[in-house]
Each structure stands twice: as structure tokens, then as C-alpha cells.
Design a protein. Structure first.
Length: 318
């Protein structure tokens, strides 16, 4: 069981790299996958064999193949995305809302091509999108048929209020308590180490979240950024099981949103390093580029920062 969990953890890290590379670029992919690989929460849950690792694994690869299908117009990738999207239903109740992420992405992508493409190109791309969507839907349904049959026989698995805030005497108060818990344990900086992420991650997560959320809602071209819709719909949709839980959220729940949180953290880290790099250009106008436009100083600062985060995260396991 331990070997299986470690394999899923490793594959999820690899999937996070490929997904980040397709959505943004190589540097963001490397940083986010590195953060996921050294995350104390992710390592702890993989050692414990937590089933939510499978949720992240299935969703990461489902979104990777969906994005690849949209980006390169590869119909087969929609089929692979449907396989992973349907397979996730076997993990449990926490996955049931995950397909909504794909729905939001596809709708946003349709809005994007409708606004930005010429009429002839739009009609052609829309036809490809419809074919991809139909294939994705059919594959997901077929892959999850046994689960669908179980839900048909046991509708209380979805409709029941056991374990949710709706089964408590004060559902709204419980919802607010869960929301406060999420904010305080993830987004607020805590130097004592009680949070589920180390304090440097909290700082750069806050920077990345604010910066990218503002960019997302600005709708610069008359539509939401499709890449940002993927990240934020992933984050907000997978927060729903946490916020609607009747019990106090735990590390297991937080793991559901760990990949998008660390992608946003990577965006915050790169923003800081890029600002440091630009400041260096003003001080020393003839820099020597070493990696992705970075001078030696900012590159060493990035390496030192990531190693420091790794040491802090791993030390939390001791």
C-alpha cells in the first residue's frame, strides 16, 4: 500500500509539472511541481495512504489532457481526459463536484474563441470543441458507469445530509467556521508552524492569489483568462467539500486544493524573483543571463528560497 501511495504521489508531481508547463511555462511548472514534491502535507498523506491523493492524481491528469486537447486540437486527448475524469468517481464523495472544473473550462474556452476568433475560424474551432466535449462526456460517463449505478441504487450517498453542514443544527454558522479555518490555516502567515503550509509558502501564496485573481476578474479581452479559470475553478470547486463539511476540516480535506494553491504560490515566487531581476538590471545594466532571463543573483536567490522552503516543509515532518 505504501509503495502504491508513493507511486501516486510521484505521478501527481510529474503531472503537475506537465500541467503547469502547458498552462503557463517551464519555470512555473518546475517551481510548482517542486513545491508539491516537498510539501509536508503531501508527503504525510502519501505515507498514510490517504485516498485524496487519488483525487488529485485523477484531476491533475484529467485537466492536463483536457488542456492539451484544447491547445493542440488533439481529439484523443479528450478521450484520455474522460478516462481520468471518470476514474476519479471511484475515490469517493469528495470528487463528485470535480467535473464542474472541466465544465467551467470548456465554457470559458468557448467564450474565448467566440470573442477573439474570426467568424470562419470560430465556426471551425467550435465544431472541434463540440466533438471534443461529446467524446469527453461519453468517455467520462462510460468510465464511471459502475459508480453511477451505485448512486442510482443509493441516492442518499449524494442527497443525504450526513456529514455535511446541512445535517447540523446551525449550518450557516458551521459554514463560517469552516471558512475561517481554511483562511487561518492556509492563507494567514503563522511562524509557529501550525499551518498546513510553511510560512514562506503562505506569503507567496497570498501574493500569487491576489495578483492572479485581480488579473482573472479584469477580463482584459472581454472574457476571463482560460488558464486562470482552470486554476481558480479548480480551487473554488474543490473547496466546496471542505466548506460544507459538518466536522472541522483536516489535513485530508486541505489536500484537495493543494495543487492549485501551490501553482498560485509558484506565480507569487516568480513575481518576486522577476522584480528582483529587474531591479538588478537597473543596478548592473550588463547582466549575464543564466536561466529563463534570470541573472546570476536572482537565480541563486530562487534556488536558495526553494531549498529553504524544502527544509522548512520536511522539518515539519520530524
Amino acid at each position: 500500500m505504501l509503495e502504491f501511495s508513493i507511486s501516486i504521489w510521484a505521478l501527481a508531481v510529474v503531472g503537475c509539472y506537465f500541467l503547469g508547463k502547458e498552462i503557463f511555462d517551464n519555470k512555473l511548472a518546475l517551481i510548482s511541481s517542486f513545491l508539491l514534491s516537498v510539501s509536508s502535507l503531501n508527503i504525510f498523506l502519501s505515507a498514510a495512504g490517504d485516498k485524496n491523493l487519488l483525487v488529485n492524481f485523477a484531476l491533475i491528469f484529467a485537466l492536463y489532457f483536457l488542456w492539451s486537447g484544447l491547445k493542440y486540437n488533439h481529439t484523443f486527448n479528450f478521450f484520455l481526459s474522460g478516462i481520468f475524469l471518470g476514474a476519479g468517481f471511484y475515490v469517493g464523495r469528495n470528487y463528485l463536484l470535480a467535473p464542474l472544473v472541466a465544465v467551467f473550462i470548456l465554457y470559458n474556452y468557448w467564450r474565448y474563441i467566440k470573442v477573439d476568433f474570426s467568424l470562419s475560424k470560430y465556426e471551425e474551432t467550435k465544431a472541434d470543441l463540440v466533438r471534443g466535449f461529446v467524446l469527453l462526456l461519453l468517455t467520462t460517463v462510460i468510465a464511471s458507469l459502475p459508480v453511477g449505478f451505485y448512486l442510482w441504487q443509493n441516492p442518499e450517498f449524494i442527497l443525504g445530509t450526513d456529514g455535511s453542514v446541512f445535517g447540523t443544527t446551525a449550518p450557516f454558522a458551521q459554514f463560517l467556521d469552516n471558512l475561517k479555518w481554511v483562511v487561518s490555516n492556509i492563507f494567514l502567515v503563522n511562524f509557529s508552524g501550525d499551518n498546513f503550509v510553511s510560512w514562506p509558502v503562505s506569503i507567496f501564496l497570498a501574493i500569487g492569489f491576489i495578483k492572479e485573481f485581480v488579473h482573472w476578474v479584469k477580463r482584459k479581452h472581454g472574457h476571463f483568462s482560460v488558464a486562470h479559470t482552470l486554476i481558480f475553478s479548480w480551487l473554488f470547486v474543490m473547496l466546496v467539500p471542505i466548506l460544507l463539511s459538518a466536522n472541522k476540516p483536516s489535513a485530508t480535506n486541505v489536500s484537495l486544493v493543494l495543487p492549485p494553491l501551490l501553482i498560485l504560490t509558484a506565480r507569487g515566487i516568480w513575481w518576486f524573483i522577476d522584480k528582483l531581476n529587474k531591479w538588478g538590471h537597473l543596478v548592473y545594466p550588463r547582466p549575464h543571463k543564466h536561466w529563463d532571463g534570470l541573472d546570476a543573483g536572482p537565480l541563486l536567490a530562487l534556488i536558495a528560497l526553494l531549498l529553504s522552503i524544502a527544509v522548512l516543509e520536511i522539518s515539519r515532518l520530524v
